[in-house]
Design a protein around this ligand. Structure first.
Ligand SMILES: Cc1cc2nc3c(=O)[nH]c(=O)nc-3n(C[C@H](O)[C@H](O)[C@H](O)COP(=O)(O)OP(=O)(O)OC[C@H]3O[C@@H](n4cnc5c(N)ncnc54)[C@H](O)[C@@H]3O)c2cc1C
Length: 449
């Protein structure tokens, strides 16, 4: 049998459903280069992604196969030349990808080619409808469908026929932040195994401390499929339920985007859709560049600029500061993150931004506002994280770091607060109360802190 396996975001050889029984067949791996994604994705993600694609190509060659990289517009011609009995690809929840897949399915039906849609970037099947809260989703769906599964064996030998098809080079993209993340499948495995051996069992108590090495930092590799989610689940199962829950949040947001594609640029909750967000470019710029005068916010935003990644705790704090204290549209922040994150993932980014702003699924009620000074005291008590990313405050005492006006007087190079947390909080609550009136949002379960 001749099989075409279309790679999208599952760029690895280990535990990959696209490779199930591959050594038995004539097996033709292909990557279609989609111009839309080239425009849409930021360079940090593109750099890691194409690095991983090159590694995949080398890996496939090392066991005798060959990866074809073909422009998406040439997809039909490729299929006409390859003449497969079966085409395999993995499901994807993003609106553009679903449109692309519907087109592909129609094309295959027209040509009478059998196809199989596999699951790789989600752990649980997509439910009929979304669940109103993460807790319900976790109990009624995730734990009902997800169990550790044995790994899919990696083929020791592949046979790819030589085809005269229109190929293109894998784009060369290099960025400074992404260079800290380039990794082969073997290096990612080693990093994951180190995390499992040294940190996973303490994940629940370490995961909120941005100065500690307490999280897996696997998100960029998950995004590109360099590591299998099933493997992560298998190895976390019974060791850290908190870690399994984080993987479940990922599914929750992916399913949400599947059922609500409009949330890409619209609030999930209709009552928020005409909320009077401010469009203040100057303040947005100060936020984006890590010059707000709020140490934890600036540390987070500068980590993003230099590493293309930010710790989850600070992602929540900076997103809250932008949407609540600065009252700036969550879409602006979502786009900035999306263009800079090496783990940029539409479903995760939109879902988490809306959750923090208060307008998404199982979101923080609007009156729960993160105070960035208290968050720093609680989660970065020695200010190690702040000092690492805001070097001009390296010599500030912990007391001074909580006194925002005094901080600027003592360190004039560091800006005064763009909006003081207390003033910003009061302003947000006034605007929100005026907007929502007496029907202030009901108190919703608050289970993501
Ligand atoms: C405003 C905002 C924007 C975000 N944008 C993205 C994004 O574009 N891409 C992305 O992958 N994550 C995003 N997240 C979620 C989360 O911050 C990252 O997944 C996490 O910090 C990645 O680091 P890690 O791999 O060390 O996570 P770990 O703590 O080691 O967790 C393991 C895995 O669980 C999943 N996970 C953890 N936290 C979350 C969460 N809150 N939501 C969904 N999945 C989670 C991730 O796949 C992560 O790799 C965002 C969070 C916020 C608050």
């Amino acid at each position: 049998m001749r099989t075409v396996a279309i790679f999208r975001r599952e760029l690895r050889l280990t535990d990959n459903p696209l490779l199930q029984d591959a050594e038995r067949d004539e097996w033709i791996p292909v990557f279609f280069l989609d111009e839309y994604n080239q425009q849409e994705h930021g360079n940090n993600l593109r750099a890691l992604f194409f690095h991983a694609l090159r590694q995949l190509r080398n890996g496939i060659e090392s066991v005798g196969g060959q990866l074809y990289v073909v422009p998406l517009e040439q997809q039909e011609r490729f299929l006409d030349i390859a003449r497969p009995d079966e085409v395999r690809f993995c499901e994807d929840v993003e609106p553009h990808s679903r449109e692309r897949d519907e087109h592909l399915k129609r094309l295959l039906q027209r040509k009478g080619i059998r196809y199989r849609v596999l699951r790789d970037s989600l752990l649980s099947p997509i439910p009929e409808a979304t669940y109103p809260s993460f807790t319900q989703f976790y109990k009624r769906h995730f734990t009902q469908h997800v169990q550790p599964e044995p790994p899919i064996p990696m083929p020791s030998r592949l046979h790819t026929p030589t085809l005269d098809v229109p190929v293109v080079a894998i784009p060369e993209v290099n960025t400074q932040p992404a260079s800290g993340w380039y990794a082969t499948e073997a290096e990612v495995q080693a990093k994951w195994q180190r995390f499992v051996a040294t940190t996973l069992s303490r994940y629940g108590s370490l995961r909120n401390l941005p100065a500690e090495d307490g999280v897996s930092r696997m998100s960029p590799y998950i995004r590109c499929g360099i590591i299998s989610l099933r493997q992560m689940l298998r190895e976390a199962w019974g060791v850290s339920e908190q870690f399994v829950k984080e993987l479940a949040w990922r599914d929750f947001y992916s399913h949400l985007l599947y059922h609500h594609p409009e949330t890409v640029d619209m609030e999930l909750r209709p009552e928020w859709r005409s909320f009077p967000w401010r469009q203040d470019e100057e303040q947005f710029e100060r936020w984006a560049k890590g010059q707000t005068g709020i140490p934890l916010v600036d540390a987070g935003m500068r980590q993003l600029l230099c590493e293309g990644w930010m710790h989850n705790r600070t992602r929540m704090v900076v997103a809250s500061y932008l949407t609540k204290h600065l009252l700036i549209d969550w879409r602006w922040g979502e786009r900035w993150f999306y263009r800079h994150l090496v783990d940029a993932d539409l479903a995760q980014n939109v879902g988490n931004w809306q959750w923090t702003a208060g307008c998404g699924a199982d979101a923080l009620p609007y009156f729960r506002i993160f105070n960035p000074v208290l968050q720093a005291q609680k989660f970065d008590p020695n200010a190690d994280y702040i000092r690492r990313y805001v070097p001009e405050l390296r010599n500030a005492t912990n007391e001074l770091l909580s006194d925002l006006q005094g901080l600027h007087r003592a360190f004039p190079d560091y800006p005064p607060p763009v909006v003081h947390p207390e003033e910003g909080r009061k302003r947000f609550l006034q605007v929100a109360q005026r907007f929502f009136g007496d029907s202030a949002q009901e108190k919703l379960p608050f289970d993501h802190e």
